[in-house]
Design a binder for this molecule. Structure first.
Ligand code: IVH
Length: 719
């Protein structure tokens, strides 16, 4: 075969494979067996190896992902990616139609109504029938280029059939189907990996991965809903646009309703409400769009959203069920939460059996009794809550509930007496060794924003406590592989052994955690009132635990009365303490260290030879201590990898401190600031002996408060 024949065979196979991809992933059909498909694929791979000059960047073989990248480039949207204005009631929808009629000076306004897809917005640019690049919404003006990640999504064609428009910018949502999401989470759980909260977070998390081979393993899907830039045969209506999509094998949203007035639109919105839980993706609304593109142009847009579209938001679904019992759950800090045990009901597509009742005051306020029929609600990803009691349905034998009496004043987990501290609504277990508390404390300690112990999830944490291998979080550091590996995470009948590999992973993560900065420890200890931001602020004000335990700053702050301001206090003013740390936090922290738990904690740290230190110590922000002032001034930085904030933010700070930022590593580079998944720049820096800083080290050097972490899957893309 010569090069010319090679090219035509590569083209033929590529087109054929893409056709089968479309059939399978878009139409849900298949014409050939998996084996035949695999063989075709393998042939294409072989030919591309033999004639690399003809291998297209959009070849179906590229869908398995390529080499990891250093970070995402950014790109301006040629047409801004706007949002949609929400309408929350049928009245507001009627107002929308009134505005349309007025602005278009006509009685009837043809519209389409379609489901609002809960995913991550993306713009796909096709030039002359080839996928050119894909960008996230970003801030609507500037987005991340995620082409390599998008190519792994099988339902997105990489090449369009002959006759495609010269330029087609398709906008749509990348999402995970509810079903495939559940399956993925199940597998992750089995592998001891953290599970995702919901499909949307999982999608956003997948798209921000810098290694497209990893993205290829995530069950992502795509549906188009809008047109961005375009050069081609005229498109006059939403229907025209849909046929362009269909012709080009791009997945179109459905079902779609058509209406010409408010009444028609409302009935479509109601019909969609009936069927939306059967759709493969999450949806909490209907999008109503003016049909005619000419009218869309006439209506125009505000800086935020077009005037020709509205998103009708369905109210959270409320369902009646019977409350059979109230049980008590013990939280991390020992708080007792009453939980309603319900007759199982389907709410927003999931079966609900339990709902939180928050605390005794709430139970009294809502007058909830055992045996009552209650209205429950599940809003988005929030845990179901009891909204109210249906009093008319109260049976004669409904029983009032009292938390204290129901558990005889004893913690249901350790039987020690429960107490109700003044000013607090929840009853608490004060036993520091209470197993329920211990398991939850361990979970907090190992969580990602705390010490990030890879391999210890809920199940492992609970088992460790149940077996008394761990009583307080610091006991984790005594564990070794030999103890961990044989642990049975399952039951006697169905054993599930942790195994040597996972054991080694856990021990390695624990070793690494020993040098984690103070703020992560503080957050991980689960001191009441100390969230992530407060922990960081405390670490900015103190070098280590000893300083915190005897902190004059905190002692001064805890005496504050309502209305007093830190800025007016001579002792505190120079520290410019952030609002996250106030009298309540100060009190809670100081109390912790004088209680036996805190004392034991400090003692154990010393025994373990650990002294977590602040990575962002800068008590008086102006004169950073420790990190010699001027460390940044005059120095040249290169930034790479994924950091907790956009690289631009870091660049700005370096510049503000008198430093320089370069695009590539050279002999003149002083520091490489390397985030996660740093690639070739890191290798080069290491080979040239350039100092490499992680984010925390950079914070120490820059000597100011770190930007808030946004590492949660799903928070990278600002939607
Ligand atoms: S039409 C200018 N249709 O929701 C906006 N958007 O909250 C025109 N979305 O920006 C977009 N499903 O990313 C449209 N069926 C649908 C949608 C949809 C989800 C997203 C889209 C939009 C956001 C607004």
């Amino acid at each position: 075969m010569d090069s010319g024949e090679g090219k035509s065979e590569i083209d033929r196979l590529s087109a054929e494979i893409e056709r089968h991809n479309q059939l399978y992933y878009v139409e849900g059909e298949s014409e050939i067996s998996d084996r035949d498909y695999d063989e075709m694929f393998r042939n294409l791979e072989l030919l591309e190896e033999r004639f690399p000059e003809h291998a297209s960047p959009n070849s179906p073989t590229k869908r398995v992902g390529g080499a990891p990248i250093d970070g995402f480039q950014q790109r301006l949207h040629e047409v801004p990616m706007l949002s949609i204005d929400d309408v929350f009631s049928e009245d507001e929808l009627s107002d929308f139609f009134t505005r349309l009629r007025k602005n278009l000076a006509t009685e009837l306004v043809p519209v389409t109504i379609e489901p609002k897809i809960d995913g991550v917005a993306v713009a796909l640019h096709y030039r002359n029938g080839e996928l050119d690049y894909a960008v996230t919404r970003g801030d609507g003006t500037l987005g991340d280029v995620i082409t390599e990640n998008v190519k792994t999504i099988r339902s997105i064609p990489l090449t369009l059939p002959a006759g495609a428009p010269a330029w087609l910018e398709v906008r749509g949502e990348i999402f995970m189907s509810t079903e495939r999401f559940a399956k993925m989470n199940e597998q992750r759980q089995e592998q001891g990996l953290p599970v995702f909260k919901n499909p949307r977070n999982a999608t956003a998390g997948a798209l921000k991965l810098l290694d497209s081979r990893e993205v290829a393993k995530r069950p992502l899907d795509f549906i188009a809903h809008g047109l961005g830039g375009y050069e081609g045969d005229p498109i006059a209506s939403v229907q025209d646009f849909h046929s362009v999509l269909k012709k080009n094998g791009i997945p179109v949203n459905h079902p779609v309703w058509e209406a010409v007035d408010f009444e028609g639109a409302v009935s479509a919105v109601r019909e969609l409400d009936q069927v939306r839980h059967d759709l493969p993706y999450g949806t909490d609304g209907a999008v109503i769009k003016v049909n005619s593109i000419a009218d869309q142009v006439r209506l125009g847009a505000t800086s935020r959203a077009p005037r020709w579209a509205a998103a009708f938001k369905y109210p959270p679904e409320q369902v009646e069920t019977v409350l059979r019992d109230i049980t008590v759950q013990v939280g991390r800090t020992g708080s007792m939460t009453p939980v309603a045990e319900l007759d199982p009901v389907l709410v927003s597509g999931t079966t609900v059996k339990r709902a939180t009742l928050h605390n005794q005051d709430e139970i009294d306020r809502k007058d909830v009794r055992i045996g009552d029929t209650v209205l429950i609600e599940k809003a988005g990803e929030i845990i179901p809550a009891v909204v109210k009691v249906i009093l008319e349905k109260r049976p004669a034998d409904a029983r009032a509930y009292n938390l204290f009496d129901s558990i005889d004043g004893k913690c249901p987990s350790c039987w020690s007496p429960i107490v109700k501290p003044e000013g607090v609504v929840a009853w608490k277990c004060r036993n520091p060794a209470c197993p329920a508390k211990a398991a939850n404390q361990v979970k907090q300690f190992v969580s990602r924003k705390a010490l990030d112990i890879d391999g210890i999830g809920s199940i492992v944490a609970e088992k460790l406590v149940e077996r008394e291998m761990v009583i307080s979080p610091l006991d984790l550091f005594d564990l070794d592989e030999a103890q961990l590996a044989p642990m049975n995470l399952g039951t006697e009948d169905e054993p599930r052994i942790l195994g040597p590999k996972n054991a080694a992973r856990i021990v390695a993560a624990l070793e690494k955690a020993k040098s984690a900065p103070l703020h992560r420890w503080l957050f991980g200890m689960g001191i009441s009132q100390v969230g992530e931001s407060a922990a960081r602020e405390l670490a900015r004000l103190h070098r280590n635990f000893d300083e915190i335990a005897s902190s004059e700053i905190l002692q001064e702050l805890r005496t504050f009365q309502a209305g007093q301001r830190k800025e007016d206090n001579d002792t505190l003013a120079p520290y410019e303490i952030a609002s996250e740390v106030g009298p309540a936090v100060a009190g809670s922290v100081l109390d912790f260290f004088v209680l036996p738990v805190g004392e034991t904690f400090l003692q154990r740290l010393k025994e373990l030879n650990l002294n977590p230190t602040s990575a962002n110590y800068a008590p008086t922000r102006a004169v950073p201590e420790g990190a010699a002032a001027g460390e940044v001034a005059g120095k040249t930085f290169v930034i790479t990898g994924t950091l907790s904030a956009p690289r631009g933010d870091f660049k700005e700070r370096i510049l503000a401190l008198g430093g320089k930022v370069a695009g590539s590593i050279s002999g003149k580079t002083d520091y490489l600031l390397a985030g996660e998944n740093a690639g070739s720049k890191l290798t080069k820096a290491e080979s040239l002996g350039v100092a490499v800083l992680n984010e925390e080290e950079f914070e120490a050097l820059a000597g100011s408060t770190a930007p808030e972490e946004t590492g949660e899957p799903g928070t990278l893309f600002d939607l």
